[in-house]
Design a protein around this ligand. Sequence first.
Ligand SMILES: O=C(O)CCC(=O)C(=O)O
Length: 272
Amino acid sequence: MNSIRKQFNEEGYVLLRNFLDKEIISEIYTDARKIFAQQIKKVTGRTVDIDDRDAFEAAMFEFFEKDFVSFVNTGKTVQHTFSLHRLGVDPLIANLLKEVGLSNPIIGARPAMQFNSRYLSKDGSKHWKLDPHQDWRTGQGSLDSAVIWFPMVDAGADIGALQIIPGSHKAGLKESSTSGYQGGITADLKEDAFVQTTFETGDLLIFSAFLIHQSGNNITKNIRWSVQLRYNNLDEPTFIDRGYPMAYIYKPETELVTPNFPTAEQLETVFK
Ligand SMILES: O=C(O)CCC(=O)C(=O)O
């Protein structure tokens, strides 16, 4: 057994240093900020330099305060970029999944991106960070289901990089207050069981979907930008037996998001 798989099986995770090409991360991060910048201009009237981190993130906070609905939708839109999805199916990732034991990997859920900051939460709510949980409860896929997590900025304890409990993937599925992402494991977990991970851009964490983890505490003024990729193994016997369950439900809005839109004239303009 290779050493990566051995550590994955024993500890439930492997942190790989300098694994991803920084250019690829930069493209995903840039695409996301450009999309936000477009809406920031619409909502605040200001053009922001996406590379001026503090100024750009201050504009993100202003956007959040001024138009929450557009902010949430833009936050969803940045998760649909070609660059992010391309990485999700990159042979580098497929090979890594095989190395940790997913002989026939398949995407478990759409690639996701998070931008964690206490300034992107309503009324001091804790929605910007996730309580202890196991991703398997949300995905319910193969037993060897794996999650990839990496930040797009250098991330240590101060900016709230992920915290994990090594070896917790073998202790079974814990009771939880929810199967979604708000809420978490109800059993008492010892705070000192958590290990704080730290990353430089390019480092990547791969972990079992049963590994207990939580968001770190971002005490900085900056946003912690990160990506999560989730996979199942089509060859895993219980996944086959259970008929390849798909617990993520994507569904359309039942009503028009913009009432009385579009007019026939607007369509004529598009297709003239
Ligand atoms: O990035 C975080 O803070 C939490 C991410 C996480 O736990 C998850 O996506 O399952």
